[in-house]
Design a protein around this ligand. Structure first.
Ligand code: TXE
Length: 496
């Protein structure tokens, strides 16, 4: 929770068991305002001791308060959370924009979504009913219960900090779990700010805890902690694999939402106006720093020149600027390391033979960590620019001549998070959509998502699904209960 600002730098505490506390070691680190590069918050640099305190608090709340509440009681609190988020939308959106560098207008929309997620999962809290089984044995009543998995460790990245946290938090709380959160060290502020809202809504102390700090200390302490029953992780594929390996030591349950290299497949009969806007939205929104970025454009050879010309023309006009300005369409990248990584990948693609149609470097006349919206043509599927997640505003364009070739190219990836098909022929569009190996396929649109629709990846894009019914079941264990009804005493060696 942000305590009153000291000068312009906010001094924040960890949030454990309803209190804002310093790290046990008293160490701190700073968070930068993404648009000015200035230090704007100082937060505790937590370690395994803090994680342990948070897990113990979460366990108490899980067994004694939140986990013991009925689904109806939990639903009421979650609906109040949604209302308070709506009340605090501007405050939370501004904190998120400053900490992450995302556009204020994006973060406003995203904070609006948070309320939708809490309302949606409030609806499940009192309806997680299990089911009764009709059996061959009339003398037995059999039913299942969806019991809370227990204490959840949520590890989240910097690119959409609150939204990706709430994709975990809302279903976990609805299911009766309690949560320990580790936000990214680049964006630690808003997970702490949310604690106020949750507790004002009536969430008991210990149900929501936040330990700020770095991956190798706080993150690893969480994945290795035997008191955490489930890790819900969003981040890079490489870290996700390390998280998974560590979690397996305790058979800790796991969902992983990882990277992507999503293909936008433009068939020869696509509506070009619609496709161009969808391609722009897919790759340049959020400066390309979204897991679902449509970073590969696979376009039919007959439309290649027209689509590339129009995408590049619009890309050159994208208004770059401060995330806090209402006019800005694309903001800076999150940090210097990210900017360097994106520029290095563009340089490597050029060496490999890709051609820069627009962008390709740092734009002139702007202070801040920008990369110009970039379109690269002549990309072949084997090149790293077509295979590796760039996480920046870089579109890699490849042509195809047949639908089979389009499907083969789209599926030629270790990732499988999302894809889009652009075609005015519904039969063709759906036939291609069904052949794509991706957890989400959009037809004639991009980036649609909702609390009710499962989201997650095939292959190296992850494991399990967030959102929808799948999203809440992932925070439960299924228990089957057999009740003998006949009241007879059975022969111990009779299996029937
Ligand atoms: O991600 P990490 P980082 C990609 C993107 C970016 C790169 C690195 O390309 O440039 O990953 O970003 C915590 N055990 N994506 O370093 O490492 C970490 O502190 C447990 C794509 O931010 O995946 C943070 O809270 N936790 C991706 C979270 O894991 C650990 C979104 C994610 O960090 C840990 C983010 C460990 N050993 C980055 N090490 C997407 N596709 O959405 C780190 N963490």
């Amino acid at each position: 929770m942000p305590s009153p600002a000291t000068g312009t730098v906010r001094q924040l505490g960890l949030h454990i068991d309803g209190h804002d506390v310093p790290a046990a070691s008293e160490a701190t680190f700073t968070s930068l305002d993404a648009s000015t590069g200035e230090v704007w918050a100082r937060v505790p640099d937590g370690d395994a001791t803090d994680v342990d305190l948070a897990v113990r608090a979460a366990r108490r709340a899980q067994t004694e308060t939140w986990g013991a509440a009925t689904g109806y009681q939990r639903a009421r609190v979650l609906r109040r959370v949604a209302r308070l988020i709506e009340r605090d939308q501007e405050r939370l959106a501004t904190l998120e924009a400053r900490d992450s560098g995302r556009l204020l207008r994006d973060t406003r929309t995203q904070v609006g979504f948070l309320a939708d997620w809490f309302n949606y999962y409030a609806g499940y809290a009192d309806k997680l009913a299990g089911r009764a089984m009709p059996g061959e044995r009339p003398d037995m009543l059999v039913y299942t219960r969806n019991e809370p998995i227990g204490v959840v460790g949520a590890i989240v990245p910097w690119n959409a900090p609150l939204l990706l946290l709430v994709w975990k938090l809302a279903p976990a709380l609805a299911a009766g779990c309690t949560v320990v959160v580790k936000p990214s060290d680049y964006t630690p502020v808003t997970a702490l700010a949310l604690a106020d809202v949750l507790e004002e809504a009536g969430l008991p102390a210990g149900a929501y805890n936040v330990v700020t700090g770095f991956g190798p200390r706080v993150g690893q302490a969480m994945t290795a902690h035997p008191g955490i029953d489930k890790i819900a992780f969003t981040g890079s594929t490489e870290t996700g694999i390390a998280v998974g390996q560590a979690a397996m030591q305790n058979l800790t349950r796991l969902t992983l939402e990882l990277g992507g290299k999503s293909a936008q497949v433009v068939l020869a009969d696509a509506d070009v106006d619609n496709a161009v806007n969808g391609i722009i939205n897919g790759i340049f929104l959020g400066s390309g720093q979204t897991c679902m970025a449509g970073s590969r454009l696979l376009v039919h050879e007959s439309l290649h020149d027209e689509i590339v010309r129009r995408v590049a023309a619009r890309a050159r006009q994208i208004r770059l600027g401060s995330p806090l300005s209402e006019d800005t369409e694309m903001g800076p990248l999150v940090n210097e390391q990210q900017q360097k990584q994106v520029l290095d990948r563009i340089a490597a693609a050029r060496t490999d033979g890709a051609e820069v149609v627009c962008g390709g470097g740092v734009p002139d006349g702007l202070a801040g960590l920008f990369v110009a919206p970039t379109v690269l043509t002549g990309v072949e599927s084997h090149m790293p620019i077509a295979q590796e997640e760039v996480f920046g505003p870089v579109l890699a364009v490849t042509t195809f001549s047949t639908e089979d070739e389009a499907v083969r190219l789209a599926n030629d990836s270790r990732f499988g998070l999302a894809a889009a098909v652009w075609s005015q022929n519904v039969h063709r569009a759906l036939s291609v959509a069904h052949r794509l190996r991706a957890g989400t396929v959009w037809v004639n649109t991009y980036r649609a998502f909702s609390p009710g629709v499962p989201f997650g990846g095939f292959g190296h894009s992850g494991m399990g699904r967030e959102n929808g019914l799948e999203g809440i079941l992932a925070y439960t264990e299924t228990k089957s209960v057999w009740v003998e009804l006949a009241g007879r005493t059975k022969d111990p060696f009779d299996l029937g």
